[in-house]
Design a protein around this ligand. Structure first.
Ligand SMILES: Nc1ncnc2c1ncn2[C@@H]1O[C@H](COP(=O)(O)OP(=O)(O)OP(=O)(O)O)[C@@H](O)[C@H]1O
Ligand SMILES: [Mg+2]
Length: 353
């Protein structure tokens, strides 16, 4: 393995509390590293430090082993220095070990960050009112991609995340899994050598998550792109990671194959609590034949909620489960009164009425 990043004795304190404790490891070129750990273990803090955002570490170092073009400052993985030629301008590539958080490396750090990409649980990085293709075109524009070739490149990227059939749809109207794939296409537009994904599929159902995972894996393989993926779901690590790390209270509890790391993670996962169902009261919510239809220029009639009937009683905890795009959010909005159903009744008891 040719290391891309070396992390050395990294520590991070917040208000005197140590949340990352002497973290040392390496990430190889093109490697997919999965970081698993419970909520609060320090996954996101570590990810921020690796990406170079927020505050610098309290102590320790992150070294990027890269190759930088001596004329245009384009950054490649370290091993590219052997090829010697910059793919952007034909200049000379020079291998460098960059102490990422050292203030005097501020400028090269910015150039490195341009070649890394991000993906988070919430798909905030989208222009909701714009079409899918426009979203990808914006991303290409951001990196000054030649305008005359941009349309073709955008179409290829959408093909890669298998969203060609949604090209002309408004981004806001897509399901969660589809939105996340537009985000991925936008990030791939940057032609990154490393992608940081913090809980990228945390809000998706297992099947949709699986789809997004396979796109991540394909993208990594076909673009020789490394990835750092965090999650507290073992499915993510199982499906995408070459190697995994278990973080427990800011320490590396295990570093190894995904299978052994997940096994360790699951060890202290015992569910012994006795559950006693409460006695339920009267109905507080009655939904009768609730429909919500949208008319969309692109998709015609969208049946977001399609004849739903159920009751919820006092003290009852009622769960709504369904695949991405099944209508959960629309139904929740109808229940909370944010939107009106197209037809049907949603009766809610407030106080004694
Ligand atoms: N900016 C900050 N200021 C103070 N404390 C912070 C800050 N960021 C994180 N922490 C603390 O650092 C610890 C690790 O948080 P982190 O967000 O990295 O956990 P995580 O593993 O990503 O959890 P989750 O799975 O919930 O996303 C927590 O105790 C958190 O409260
Ligand atoms: Mg987190």
């Amino acid at each position: 393995m040719t290391p891309l990043i070396t992390v050395n004795n990294l520590c991070m304190d917040f208000d005197g509390k140590r949340v990352l404790k002497n973290i040392s490891f390496e990430i190889g070129e093109g490697e997919v590293l999965g970081i698993i750990g419970r909520s609060g273990a320090g996954k996101t803090v570590l990810m921020h430090l690796l990406r170079g955002v927020e505050q610098p570490p309290t102590s320790g170092k992150i070294i990027y082993h890269i190759a930088a073009c001596d004329s245009c400052m384009y950054i490649c993985m370290g091993s590219a220095a052997k090829k010697k030629k910059c793919p952007e301008c034909g200049g000379k590539l020079v291998a460098k070990d960059v102490d990422f958080w050292d203030e005097k490396n501020e400028e090269i750090k910015r150039h490195i960050m341009k070649r890394t990409a991000i993906m988070f649980q919430r798909t905030f990085a989208l222009y909701g009112n714009d079409r899918v293709i426009e979203n990808v075109l914006h991303a290409l524009d951001d990196i000054n991609y030649p305008a005359e070739k941009a349309i073709n490149r955008a179409a290829d990227l959408l093909d890669e995340v298998r969203l060609s059939h949604r090209m002309m749809h408004i981004a806001r109207d897509l399901s969660g899994g589809e939105k996340q794939r537009v985000v991925l296409a936008r990030q791939l537009a940057k032609n990154p050598f490393l992608l940081f994904a913090d809980e990228p599929t945390g809000t998706l159902d297992p099947e949709t998550a699986h789809l997004v995972h396979s796109m991540l894996t394909n993208a990594a393989k076909s673009n020789t792109m490394g990835m750092v993926v965090t999650s507290h779901f073992s499915q993510v690590i199982e499906e995408v990671a070459d190697r995994a790390m278990l973080l427990v209270d800011g320490e590396i509890a295990k570093l190894g194959s995904p299978t052994e790391v997940i096994e360790e993670f699951m060890k202290d996962f015992v569910d012994e609590e006795e559950y006693e169902p409460p006695s339920l009261g009267e109905n507080v919510l009655i939904a009768r034949d609730v429909y919500k239809r949208y008319i969309s220029v692109d998709r015609g009639v969208v049946r977001a909620v399609n004849g739903v009937t159920f009751n919820v009683a006092e003290k009852e905890i009622f769960g709504i489960i369904g695949k991405s795009g099944a209508g959960k959010t629309t139904l929740s909005r109808i229940i909370s009164g944010i939107i009106e159903p197209t037809s049907g009744e949603m009766i809610i008891r407030i106080g004694e009425e």
